[in-house]
Design a protein around this ligand. Sequence first.
Ligand code: AMP
Length: 108
Amino acid sequence: MCIFCKIIKGEIPNKTILEDEGFLAFEDINPQAKIHILIIPKIHIENFDVMPSDVMANMTPFIQKVASKVGINGSGYRIITNIGREGGQEVNHIHFHMVGGEQLGPIL
Ligand code: AMP
C-alpha cells in the first residue's frame, strides 16, 4: 500500500487541515514555503495523467475550501502536481501541493 493510502487509513499520522468523504488535506512533512499542504483524493489514483475528470471536478471546490480555511484565498497561492519520473513525482498517489503564505518566486 502506498504511503498516502496509509495516511488515509490512519496507519501513518498526519497534520490534517481539512477532510471530507472524498479528500484529505494535510501538512507536508518537508515544507517548501510558510504554508505547504498536500491535497489528495482518498481513492488511489497514480497521478494527474490518469485522473478521472469527475474526481477532478469534485476536488476543485475542496482545494478552494482548503485555501480559504488557511486564509490564503485572497493573497494568492500556488498549486503544483508533479507527474511521473521527469515531473519529479516521488509519491505515486496523486497529490496537489498548495504552497503560499508568503511571496513566491517564479518557477519557470
Ligand atoms: P512529490 O515529489 O510531488 O511526489 O511530493 C511528495 C511530497 O510528499 C513531498 O513534498 C514530501 O515532503 C511529502 N511527504 C512524504 N511523506 C510524507 C508524510 N508522511 N507526511 C507528509 N508529507 C509527506
